[in-house]
Write a protein that binds this ligand. Structure first.
Ligand code: ADP
Ligand code: MG
Length: 294
């Protein structure tokens, strides 16, 4: 691209709230083959809510323990649990021996009881058995696109908290439009396989392109693997929670609006508005720059 076309392109982007920080994005757009999406906060709104609790315990007791564990959590799932507990005026206690297991959940002690709260893998990792009743409910909820948080007290599963996060309005359209531009979409998430597949399917990402149960530090490795498997360039789009390394590993990293400061720093492009239509807007604009605009 000529310097003039680049300047015009950056200017047009800025008018739309597409901040282009590195002019390599124009060269990448010519042979762009893959768009890798983060799930939470990128394909989904990232504002999860508690919508079902499965337990034989009184709901208030369960939420007192879960909320006490999550009360200082910065994770959107933790915040959703705390919010529900607060709506019921439940007061929290201070957990002891508190530990965060990144991309999985939390461990600690509340009222002298050992508590493990997190995804089913974390429960299994702690050698806690999930019985038939809870396993069936986990499957049912995950097939309905919900993320299931399991609560275990003194090494026994005592309840499930189902969390749902809405898919963004333009997700499906954006992925369809990218396909028309010859760009295949992928999804990487720390969430479980079933939930990831249901969400992937509803936005039109093929099952083979979905990577689930990915721990935060592994996201960049998968981006690298995809990069090596295609002839052409790969872009990653994320909101920055757990995905700054992935943003910088891709040929181009796109940080989405309302993203964290880290994402904005790691991204080569920042989409100021939290609307996925600007993803195709950006791709089309960068291709036009190569054709010297218009
Ligand atoms: P994503 O890639 O979808 O943003 P994360 O890597 O942040 O997801 O987390 C992966 C999974 O770990 C979540 O779907 C959830 O099941 C579990 N998890 C993470 N943090 C917590 C927490 N504070 N409380 C309960 N579960 C959690
Ligand atoms: Mg995320």
């Amino acid at each position: 691209a000529t310097p003039t076309a680049i300047t015009v392109g950056i200017g047009r982007g800025a008018e739309l709230g597409i901040l282009i920080k590195d002019s390599k994005v124009f060269d990448v757009s010519e042979n762009l083959k893959c768009m890798i999406f983060d799930k939470t906060g990128t394909i989904t709104k990232g504002k999860p809510e508690v919508d079902e609790i499965v337990s034989k315990m009184p709901v208030n007791d369960l939420l007192m323990i879960a909320g006490s564990m999550e009360k200082d959590s910065e994770h959107p799932i933790g915040r959703a649990i705390v919010k529900r507990a607060q709506e019921l005026n439940i007061s929290f206690k201070n957990p002891k021996e508190f530990e965060v297991i990144s991309g999985m959940g939390l461990k600690g002690t509340v009222d002298e009881k050992t508590v493990v709260i997190g995804n089913p893998s974390l429960i299994e990792l702690n050698d806690i058995k999930i019985d038939e009743y809870y396993l069936k409910n986990i499957s049912r909820l995950q097939e309905n696109a919900k993320t299931v948080v399991v609560l275990a007290i003194d090494n026994r599963v005592e309840g499930l908290i189902a969390i749902s996060d809405q898919i963004k309005e333009n997700a499906r359209n954006t992925i369809d439009e990218l396909r028309e531009l010859g760009i295949e979409s992928y999804m990487i998430t720390g969430d479980n396989e079933k939930t990831a597949k249901v969400i992937g399917k509803s936005v039109g990402i093929s099952e083979k392109n979905i990577y689930s149960d990915v721990l935060p530090e592994k996201k960049a490795e998968i981006v690298k693997k995809i990069k090596e498997s295609v002839e052409g360039y790969v872009e990653f789009i994320g909101d920055g929670i757990n995905d700054a390394p992935a943003l910088s590993t891709a040929d181009v990293g796109i940080a989405v609006g309302s993203g964290t400061d880290i994402a904005i720093e790691s991204g080569d492009v920042v989409l100021m508005k939290d609307d996925l239509k600007y993803v195709t807007g950006f791709v089309k604009l960068s291709k036009r720059v190569l054709k010297q605009i218009k």
